[in-house]
Structures are given as structure tokens and as C-alpha cells.
Design a protein around this ligand. Structure first.
Ligand SMILES: C[S@@+](CC[C@H](N)C(=O)[O-])C[C@H]1O[C@@H](n2cnc3c(N)ncnc32)[C@H](O)[C@@H]1O
Length: 262
């Protein structure tokens, strides 16, 4: 059942995104969940980076993911939470393209780009239909993707860039550096392939290296408009950043709030 992605990077995921200071999505999704209330379905919940803070606010939330390595970490993290938080959480191992649960939700979220792991039109429509299927009458779907930096698409292919660095808390002198290497851009199908390289150092001596190849679709705004129609969704609000700036020329991301079309 596993997706095959995140099998290697799962163990680095939480530490990496804890030091990625430009990732400001948590307040956006936690506020939305508090405003709209549960039950929430998070499609592509990963290690619970967003799911756990929502559950800690007392909001019931279900998480859906198909990467066993990510879900295993989330299971372990849930065990360390107080009973009142654990009670708010239900996990489903499944694929966002075809999962059909028995429950409807006031809020469905797809935080931090799982939609960019949908590489074909069929998969993109399927994932949005899964979201639409699980919305209750007044239910809201929200998700984010990055706004493509078209002028950078061809630049730096094959080059490694140091992106993030963090200390391994349990081992003094040990640190991990995450490098990013853009490998290939398929401009026809709009899929961008890159490799994360995780290098572990002890006192600045390289002791191990893990790599994981990742692909991300990128989307044009009118493409989403067509996808929403095909999936039976209608846009309610749109933003160009997680700070809710307008979706205009300056947009860094595309963030949508949608409901089921009438
Ligand atoms: C960048 S992570 C985001 C995780 C979490 N939402 C967060 O904000 O940290 C993308 C997640 O989408 C999941 N994913 C990708 N394709 C999927 C699919 N077809 N079905 C279910 N989950 C999928 C991955 O396993 C991964 O956990």
C-alpha cells in the first residue's frame, strides 16, 4: 500500500521542518480548524506536524496517509500525548486518490503540498474528488501549493545547495545537513524532480549519507479552476501566501478554500 515516497526522509522530516523558518502554515491551518471546528480530515497528514497541534486545540481530527514510514512516526508521537489529545485523533492508512471513509467532515485539509504529489490529471481530479466526497453540506476544503517560479525552472539543474541544518539533539557534536539538487523539469507534464541529500556529521566529519528522490507537480492557476469544476468544487477564498495576502503577481503560493459546488 505504501507510496514509496518519504521512506527515507521520514526520519528527518520533523527536525528539518522545525528549523525551516519560512514555513508558516501552522497558524493558518490551526486557526482554520479552530474557526470551523471538527471533525477535520487531513489528507496527507504525514508525521502529524499540523495534525497534532490541531488535536491539541481540542479539535477532532482524522489523518489519512499512504506512507508507512510517516504514519509510524505519527503513531509514536501520538503515544506521548495526553489522553484528551489522543482521543481527538483517528488515523487511516490509505491513498488520497481513492480513499472513501464512512464519515463526512466540516473541514478537509491538504496541508503542505500533498496535491503536488499528484502527477497526472487523473490523480489530481481523483484527490480533489476524495476531498469533495468527504465534505459535509457546509464543509470547507483548504489546501496549499507553491506558486511556480517560472523564471527559475531551468536554472541550477544538477547543482547541490545546502538548504537546512540542525543538531541531533540526543548526540552532542552530531548534526544533519539537508542538501537539495534539482534533477529534471518536465515542462509538458509540469513535474519537477529533485533529490534531498541528508548528510550526517560528527564534529564536522561526514559519517553517513541518505538520499531520496522526490517529484512535485506544479500548477497554473487556471488549471486549478478547471480541476475544481471537474471535481465538483467551488472556490470560496483564495490567497497568495499563508499570511493571507492576495493571490496576485506577488503570490508565493496558491491557497484555496473551497466548498462543494451547488
Ligand atoms: C510534504 S508531506 C505533508 C505532511 C503533512 N501534511 C505536513 O504538513 O507536514 C506530504 C505527505 O503526503 C503524503 N502523500 C503523498 N501522496 C499520497 C497519496 N497518494 N495518498 C496519501 N498520502 C500521500 C506523503 O506520504 C506525505 O506524508
Amino acid at each position: 500500500m505504501g507510496s514509496g515516497i518519504y521512506q527515507t526522509s521520514a526520519k528527518y522530516y520533523d527536525d528539518a521542518y522545525a528549523v525551516k523558518l519560512d514555513l508558516v502554515d501552522l497558524a493558518f491551518y490551526v486557526d482554520l480548524a479552530r474557526q470551523i471546528g471538527g471533525p477535520v480530515l487531513e489528507m496527507g497528514c504525514g508525521t502529524g506536524r499540523v495534525l497534532l497541534p490541531i488535536a491539541r486545540q481540542g479539535v477532532e481530527i482524522h489523518g489519512l496517509d499512504n506512507a508507512p514510514a510517516m504514519l509510524n512516526i505519527l503513531h509514536e508521537r501520538i503515544q506521548t500525548e495526553p489522553e484528551e489529545v489522543r482521543r481527538k485523533i483517528t488515523l487511516h492508512a490509505g491513498d488520497i486518490r481513492n480513499y472513501r471513509g464512512s464519515q463526512k467532515y466540516r473541514l478537509v485539509t491538504i496541508p503542505f503540498r500533498p496535491m503536488q504529489h499528484m502527477y497526472t490529471l487523473e490523480d489530481q481530479i481523483a484527490a480533489l474528488k476524495t476531498a469533495a466526497f468527504h465534505l459535509d453540506e457546509a464543509g470547507i476544503l483548504s489546501f496549499d501549493v507553491f506558486f511556480p517560479k517560472y523564471h527559475l525552472l531551468d536554472i541550477g539543474i544538477g547543482e547541490e545547495t545546502l538548504e537546512l541544518e540542525w543538531p541531533v539533539k540526543s548526540c552532542p557534536g552530531r548534526k544533519v545537513r539537508r542538501y537539495f539538487r534539482k534533477d529534471f523539469v518536465d515542462k509538458i507534464d509540469q513535474v519537477f524532480s529533485f533529490t534531498f541529500i541528508f548528510r550526517t556529521y560528527v564534529n564536522e566529519t561526514l559519517v553517513s549519507e541518505d538520499t531520496e528522490g522526490i517529484k512535485l507537480s506544479y500548477y497554473a492557476y487556471p488549471q486549478f479552476k478547471a480541476l475544481f469544476r471537474l471535481a465538483g468544487l467551488a472556490s470560496v477564498e483564495e490567497y497568495g501566501s499563508l499570511n493571507k495576502t492576495p493571490l496576485d503577481e506577488a503570490a508565493k503560493e496558491m491557497i484555496f478554500l473551497l466548498r462543494r459546488a451547488a
